[in-house]
Write a protein that binds this ligand. Structure first.
Ligand SMILES: [Zn+2]
Length: 291
């Protein structure tokens, strides 16, 4: 049975659409001390490397290319390489972030069975609005709330709290992994799509809780300037840090001795890999805690 493209709904979808963009997984592989994505330095838990499925047709994939390239060159690579956190952006940033959150919404809405009926409706409406925007309805962009947080800023501070998280090595686990999912709180009536792209956090706020504060993180659909400092107070920070701690614990429990020695050997042979920069940052937090 042929699968129709979820975006244009007229052409047949190609067998493989990436959810996490390919340049992100390539960059993680380069940073990983083993050169492989699947390593304790890059567990990539929720969305696997090359996790792909029939989602879009070739023409619709092309629609996303330009915004993706601008994001890679202006935001992602400069941040990964030297923690660069200030840049001007055009409409492409909001468009890119929406292309990302829309893909994850399409995939995750069928798994929202435990959410309230209201939240499920809100998710479906948001998905449809995002689809129109991605197909060229620029006015729809005004109602799509996107936030960008770089792990060098407030999130790094947040991650210094909580013994559980510190033990897992938050720098390594955030900056050598990529994941994305829909998350919600029935009691708060809030709903969001979050992505971590190697320390670049993208949050699509669909239904906000009354107590959230996001300063200096909103990305305008018309473009703007991004610069620190950022300040975030949101239920999402708890969700993301708790998930991270759980994922890392599971991963740590599943590593064999052989895998561990292979990693140690390659760490010794590739001391400049970016993962080691992050590893040192984690060791520093642990030491600060001890003293
Ligand atoms: Zn299409």
């Amino acid at each position: 049975m042929e699968t129709l493209c979820k975006l244009c709904r007229s052409n047949e979808a190609t067998p493989k659409s990436h959810i996490i963009p390919a340049f992100v997984t390539r960059s993680i592989k380069r940073a990983s001390p083993t050169g492989y994505l699947r390593s304790p330095y890059s567990p990539n838990v929720r969305v696997q490397d090359g996790y792909s499925m029939p989602l879009m047709c070739g023409i619709c994939e092309q629609r996303f290319c330009r915004a993706e390239r601008s994001f890679a060159n202006t935001v992602f690579h400069p941040f990964c390489q030297d923690d660069h956190d200030t840049f001007d952006y055009g409409p492409w940033l909001h468009y890119f972030m929406t292309s990302l959150s829309w893909r994850t919404l399409v995939l995750d809405i069928p798994t929202m069975g435990e959410a309230t009926v209201e939240l499920q409706d809100i998710a479906r409406n948001a998905c449809e609005r995002d689809r129109k925007y991605l197909l060229g309805d620029e006015a729809a962009g005004d109602d799509i709330e996107q936030h960008l947080v770089l792990f060098g800023g407030p999130l790094a501070e947040v991650l210094k709290t909580g013994e559980d998280l510190i033990r897992t090595g938050p720098h390594v686990s955030l900056r050598c992994t990529a994941s994305g999912y829909v998350t919600w709180s029935n009691s708060l009536g809030s709903l969001a799509v979050v992505h971590n792209l190697a320390g670049v956090f993208c949050a699509r706020l669909i239904a906000r809780s009354p107590h959230e504060e996001w300063e200096n993180s909103e990305i305008r659909s018309s473009g703007g300037k991004f610069a620190p400092p950022q300040r975030i107070k949101s239920w999402l920070v708890d969700v993301v840090t708790q998930d991270l701690a759980d994922d890392m614990r599971r991963l740590r429990d599943s590593i064999s001795d052989d895998q561990r020695s292979a990693i140690n050997a390659s760490a010794a042979s590739r001391p400049t890999a970016a993962a080691h920069r992050f590893h040192r940052a984690d060791e520093q937090i642990k030491n600060e805690r001890r003293n």
